[in-house]
Design a protein around this ligand. Structure first.
Ligand code: CU
Length: 83
């Protein structure tokens, strides 16, 4: 048996790109869950990572960024794209 691959290189050019957002009002697990739910409503298979300390959310979703930002704002978490 050959060695299992340690990691997968992302070579797909059609996949959605990772977006990094600043979400200043995110402060606890409830916020995290609400934000995760909101993004998943736009793309159920979205990949989402949280940095609570930096109040930052990274996600990869097949969804329009403006739609994501509007949905988060409606949920009570206005976000801005992190530079
Ligand atoms: Cu909270």
């Amino acid at each position: 048996m050959g060695p299992a691959p340690v990691y997968q290189v992302q070579t797909s050019s059609k996949g959605p790109e990772m977006t990094r957002l600043n979400v200043p009002d995110m402060s606890c697990g409830h916020c995290k869950a609400a934000i995760e739910k909101t993004i998943r409503q736009l793309d159920a298979s979205a990949e989402i990572a949280f940095d609570m300390e930096a109040r930052r959310v990274e996600f990869t979703a097949a969804a329009d960024l403006v739609q994501v930002l509007e949905a988060l704002k409606a949920e009570g978490y206005p976000a801005s794209v992190a530079g």
